[in-house]
Each structure stands twice: as C-alpha cells, then as structure tokens.
Design a binder for this molecule. Sequence first.
Ligand code: GSH
Length: 277
Amino acid sequence: MPAPTSTAKPAAKGASKPAATPDARGTKKAPSTAAGVKAGAKPVAKAAAAESTAASTAAPPAAVLTISSKNYSSWSLRGFLLCRLAGLDVAEARVSADDPAIRAELLLQSSSFLVPRLDHEGLRIWDTLAIAEYLHELKPEAGLLPRDRAARAHCRSISGEMHSGFANLRSALPMNLKAHHPGFKVWSGAQGDIVRILAIWTECLKTYGGPYLFGPAPTLADAMYAPVCARFTTYDVPLDARSRAYCKTMLALPAMKEWTTAAREEPDEMEELDVEF
Ligand SMILES: N[C@@H](CCC(=O)N[C@@H](CS)C(=O)NCC(=O)O)C(=O)O
C-alpha cells in the first residue's frame, strides 16, 4: 500500500458541483468550488460537462471525494457521510463502476483504485477508516469519535467490525437504494450477521441513550452502519422497535436523504447486482 503523497495527481477532470444543502448535522453548507480538480487533469471520472469550462480559471477545491455509484456503493456513502459529519466541504468526483478505460486510468494514478478516496490539500487518503481518522484529526471538534475514552474505544471497535466483517450480509443483501423487496427471504448465512449487528446496535442504544449509536449526535459508527440501515429497509428485514427507530433516524439524516435522492436519479448501470460492490 503506497504512502499518501503530496504530489498526488488530480483525481478527476470534472467533479460534480454539490448544491448548497444541509449537512448531516442540519447546517447549511456553501457550494463547493469549481468542477475541475486541478487544471490539466486527465479525464478519469465522468465530468459534469457544463462545469468543465470553468475548471481552468477557478481555484481548485481544497477537498475532493472520489466516489462511485450512489445507488450501489456503500463505501462511497460512508465516505460522504463522514465528510458531512466532519463539516468538510468536498467536491465530488465520480468514477464509473464499470468503465474499463476509467478503471485503467485510475490504476495509473494509485495502486488502490477503491473508493471512497479523499484528496485534501495535496494529500490523498484512501480506505474509509483512514479517511475517518484523518477527518477526526482535522476537525476534532466535529465529534466523529466520542469524547469519552471508553466510548471512543467502543466506537472504534464496532466501526472496525463493520469495516472488516459481515461478508455474508454484504454479499446477500447488497446496497441498492432504488430497490425494495418486501418479504425478502434472507439466506441463513446472512442471518448470523444480522443478529450480531442488531446486538451491537441494541447495546449502543441502551448504553448511550440514542438516538444515534453513541448518543445525541452521529459519529463514525453511524456512518459505518448507515448502509446497513438502507439494506435492512430495501430487503424488509424484520427489526425490533429500537432498531427500527434507529434505522428511521439514520435514513432521515439530511445528508442521507440528499444521497438517497441522488441515488434514485442515477441511471441504471447494472442490470443485476449479484456481487459485493
Ligand atoms: N476497505 C475499503 C473498501 C472500499 C471498496 O471496496 N470500495 C468499492 C466500492 S463500494 C470499490 O471501490 N470497488 C472497486 C471497483 O468496483 O472498481 C474502504 O474501507 O474504503
């Protein structure tokens, strides 16, 4: 894994320009700056054509989050939520999930072409947990991690568990924000993951009082489990009252609603999704 570099090449020729929208904590955010990440960038992402002409003249945005499909990419969603929770104003660069030319271009830029990836002030940070830790260092006051040391350790533990685990759930119930499958039959292999996740949530909600996993404000852990809330809704997974309320709270986060709306407007790129993505 390469070290983050300060000479990183631009992530994308064109990044879509987020409109002024409320962030996850409900505050109004200024629109990001121009679309082109850096002048002269090679085309590695689908550009917002209307904005590309402004790229050479406007100042590049300080922060760019590279993501892929808003409908399918659960890791992209996590990265987006983390930036919003931290209050970091990011421009978005989109990479197509299935365009071989774009994938080849990305591979030239970084040996890890997984998304999300955050480019910030000349640094390139990839992998969701690394992005989260970076954002926490950058904006400690945002509360991405709880103040209390024990709660912070707990938050890191369950976030790590999501990051490295639940493979059965991820492959059996892939994120698909556009879909709804009432009465979906969950494969028994995934059922164990569901039971464990509900136990994690119940412990947190009881210990810290909700409505988020670590109390009154969303943290890293909520960003990590947000796609699970979406999956449980898509696949109509039976939930106890407390977990159902938690999912409802999460899906009502302004940043989550903004993402879901954009996901629903996304053109269908895949006819059928039967692999983890
Ligand atoms: N461990 C990584 C996982 C990231 C990941 O798997 N991202 C998927 C999209 S959800 C990806 O970029 N896959 C590459 C591809 O589909 O081309 C993280 O935490 O960021």
